[in-house]
Design a protein around this ligand. Structure first.
Ligand SMILES: [Zn+2]
Length: 202
């Protein structure tokens, strides 16, 4: 089908987005073609602004400054660090409003199938951070998958091998169990086992 070059280019660009095929990309472009020049300018400025976003030098979160607002926040508990895979996980935890500690974004999980090795995620950076700070607790908040489990195992082994680190840092993980509204009868054995292990007093 014939499109002017600029339309075709934009469709091609949108098609590169995760989960977006040529049809959706085309829909985005036709949506934009109906927008006012002011709206297009706003979108252009937002896109350009992305260039100023970089990675926080402490935690690995996205930030428009060298150190992100969470790491700079004196009201947060800097002795507690949640280890997460991606910045999106940070947003999910922040939304609960329940967590007052800080974060360490690994930038992925160890994945043997996808050839993602420990060196490719920010484990080295985590260990350096642990050695140079007064962090008392690491909370592993990773996906309940083989990759999440392998990553937890790998990092906890490294810490346990280090006498100084293992004596000063408590290692914990978020509880797992039945989702809200989940029925016991239909839960798989691993979920039920984890739910039993993670039981607490009432
Ligand atoms: Zn940060």
């Amino acid at each position: 089908m014939f499109y002017p070059k600029d339309i075709k280019n934009l469709i091609d660009e949108f098609s590169k987005f995760p989960g977006i095929g040529p049809k959706s990309a085309q829909r985005f472009v036709f949506y934009l073609l109906r927008k006012s020049p002011e709206d297009i300018e706003k979108l252009t400025l937002s896109l350009k602004g992305i260039k100023n976003i970089h990675i926080c030098s402490v935690c690995g979160n996205f930030s428009d400054q060298n150190i992100c607002s969470i790491c700079q926040d004196k009201n947060r508990d800097h002795s507690v660090v949640a280890v997460i895979a991606e910045p999106q996980d940070l947003m999910a935890i922040e939304k609960t409003g329940e967590y007052q500690g800080t974060y360490h974004v690994l930038g992925g999980l160890i994945d043997m199938i996808e050839n993602k090795s420990p060196e490719q995620i920010k484990i080295k950076e985590l260990l350096i951070r642990l050695k140079n700070s007064s962090i008392k607790e690491l909370i592993f908040a990773l996906n309940a998958t083989i990759e999440g489990e392998s990553t937890i195992l790998y990092i906890t082994n490294l810490i346990k091998e280090d006498k100084i680190l293992s004596s000063k840092i408590k290692l914990t993980r978020i509880a797992r169990g039945l989702p809200l509204g989940g029925e016991l009868e239909y839960a798989d054995e691993i979920t039920l086992t984890e739910a039993l292990k993670g039981r607490r007093g009432i």
